[in-house]
Ligand binder design. Sequence first.
Ligand code: PHE
Length: 450
Amino acid sequence: MSSPRGQFSSKTGFIMAAAGSAVGLGNIWGFPTETASNGGGAFVLVYLILAFCLAYPALMAELTLGRHSRSNTVDALAAVADNNSTKILGRFVGWYGIVVASLILSFYTIIAGWMLAFLVAPITDLLGMSEASQWLSNQSLTRNLLFGGAFAVLTMSIIASGVESGIEKWSSRLMPMLIILLILLIIYVLNQEGAREGLELYLLPDLSRILDPKLIVNAMGQAFFSLSLGVGTMMVYGSYLKKEESLPRLGAIVTTVDVGIAFIAGLLIIPAMFVAQHHGATIYGEDGNLLAGPGLIFNVLPVLFDSMGTAGPFVAFAFFGLMTIASVTSSISMLEVPVSRVVESSELSRPKATLLIGGLIFLISATIIANFDQLFGLVVDFTTKYSQPILGILLCVFAGWVMNRDKLLKELKEGHEDIESSMFWKIWPLYVRVFCPALILLSFWQGIAA
Ligand code: PHE
C-alpha cells in the first residue's frame, strides 16, 4: 500500500460527498424527464416509495460493507467472505463494479462536456462573440472532445487531492451552491407565464398508471442510478466514514436529500418546458409524450433563455452552472472507485493513479464520441439497465447472506449503540436478504421482457 487511507473529517463532510454523488444529472435531468414521460405525478409517487423501500436498504448494504472492511470494493467484498469460492465471487463483483463505474463515468463525461460548453456560450454571447456561441451550442467532434476533456481534467484534479482535501472539500463547497442556484431558478421560472400548466402535470398523479409495469421498472432504474447504487461508489465512501457515525441515520439523510433534490428539480424543469412552449418551443414529440432526451435540455430550454431578453444569458449561465456542479460532485465519486483500488493495490501514488485511470476512461469517452450513434446507447444500457440491477442484487446478497448477522450487527452498533431495539434492525436484515434481491430481480426481469 503506497499511502494511508483517507477519511471524511466530519459527518457533514460525508453527507455533502455522498449527497453530491447521488445528486447529479440523474436528478436534475433524468428524474424530471422520466416523470414527464411516465404519467407525471404517478411516477413521482412510485419513485418516492421505491427510493425509500428498495434503494435505501440497498444503500445501507453498501455503506455497511464499505465501513466494515475499510477498503476498496474488491478487497471489501473478499474480506467478508469466509470461504474460497465466495472470496472469488467477491473479487469478481468488486471488479465488475469498477468496470461499470468507469463506463458510467465515460458517458457521463460526454454529457457533462455538453453542459460545460453551454455554460461558456452565454459568456461569449455577452461578449458579442456570436460565432463562438454558435460553435459552442452545436454538436461537433472537436467541441465534444475539447469540453469532455476539460471536464475529465476537472474530475481528475479533485480526485488527485484525496478524500478530505479533494472530495470532501469540493463537495462541501459545491453542494450549497447547487441548492441556492436551484431555488433561485425555480423562483424565476415559476413566475413566468405558462409555468402553472407544467406544475399541474408534474404534481397531479394520473392514478390509472400507478401499476403500469413499465413505470415501476423505470422508477426502480431511476432510483438506483440516482442513489449511485450497485457500482461500489457508496461502498467506497462508506469505507472513509468514521466508526462513531450512525450508518442508518446517515443513509436516511442522503436518501432524503437525493429524493428531495430530484423532486425540487421537477419543479424547475417541467414548468420551464411549458414556459418555453408559451414562447413557441415544441415540447411534445411525435409520440405525444413530452420531449425528454438531449432535445429538451439543448433545444427547448434555449428557446426559453432566448425569450428572456437581457436576463437570458444570466439565467442560462446559472442553469448550466447548476448542471455542471451536479455533474462534478457525481463524477468524482465514480472515479474514486477504480482509483481507490489502484492506490491500495499498487505502489502508484494517488495523483499518478488518478492520471492513469482518468486518462484511460477519457480514452473510452473519446471512442464513444467518435462513434456516438453506435456506442453511446449501448454503454448506457449495459451499465444502467443491466449491470446496476445485477450488481445491486449481488451486493444485497453479500450484505445479507455472506456477511453474517453478528458481523452486521456489530458494524451497525458502531455509532448507533441501541440499534438492536430499533425498527431498522427489526426490518432491514430480512429485507436485504430476501425482499431487496427478489424485488430488484422481479423488476429487472420485467424491464428486459418489456
Ligand atoms: N447518482 C448520479 C446521478 O444521479 C449518477 C451516478 C451513478 C453516480 C453511479 C455514481 C455512480 O446523476
